[in-house]
Design a binder for this molecule. Sequence first.
Ligand code: SF4
Ligand code: SF4
Length: 335
Amino acid sequence: MLKRRLGKTDMNVSVVGFGGIPIQGISFEEADRVFAKALDEGINFFDSARAYTDSEEKMGRALARSRDSIYLSTKALSRTGAGLGDEIETSLRNLRTDRIDLYQLHSVGTLVELDAIFEPGGAYEALLAARAAGKIRWLGITGHSREVILRAIESGLFDTAQFPFNPIEDEWSEAVIPAAKKASVGTICMKPLAGGAIRNHRAALRYELSRGMDVVIPGMDEIDQIEENASVGAKLVPPSEGDLVDLHAEKVLWGEKFCRRCGYCQPCPNGLNIPFLMLIDGYYTRYELRDWALARLGTLAKKFCDCAACGECLVKCPYHLPIPDMMKDAAKRIL
Ligand code: SF4
Ligand code: SF4
């Protein structure tokens, strides 16, 4: 497995890392086997999140004995200093470690939200305090909005940026990836298989690694997936002409119905959280994490069936997604 330095950090990460979403759906014993296989294949970068239910605990249990030869990365949604400080302590306990290599502010959605992080008492203070105390080593941000991630990169306050980049969501190569390279901010490729939409896994990973992403972190919960994905890291080659044709076909297939979770369609006058509902639909249909999806759906006051098809969101979505139709289809599938 080839390794690369992650931006300005001292982390020499395997180019294929491990995304911690799907392990939520398997047992602790199965997760032990999956992590053992990942280690065997030379994967040394493991990414989780406080929001991924028991993902951190599974990672901590399986990887504690290998702690000194791997990098642990996680993230939390809290935007206050006190809240994020508590989340970091929980992550340390779950991951069974006294230091986390990379701690990220998870899913920062708007510039207003980003600005609030830097205010007195905001989450950034907690990151600095935890770093000073030796509890975390490097600071990162994750998100789906290109303007937010670009601003975060240009602030010089983050060591890494994690964002969705794949052959369907390739808009990031215009400004964000070049800006990250210029600032030596490490690039972590979230959703390299477009949340399970892309079938030619090797081609997609080669595409991303050849277009400026330092590390790709496909979510994995099966031994075969690990073998297939890790094989890409043995020798870095760009996708072949045939692969590019395949990937373009996948883009055409999904392009008109693939939500990037950028949030531009919000607010919905009927109170639907459109990007979150799209996320739930993706988890239900593509990741097959049905219990997770139904539990999240249960917390929402407005669900797919509450879309009144008013059409307000249609003009705001830059990707021209047929949102009311997608809500209607999801309502049939999920409720
Ligand atoms: S529906 Fe469109 S605007 Fe709304 S989050 Fe998805 S891609 Fe962005
Ligand atoms: S069409 Fe549906 S989701 Fe879109 S703004 Fe109207 S009610 Fe909200």
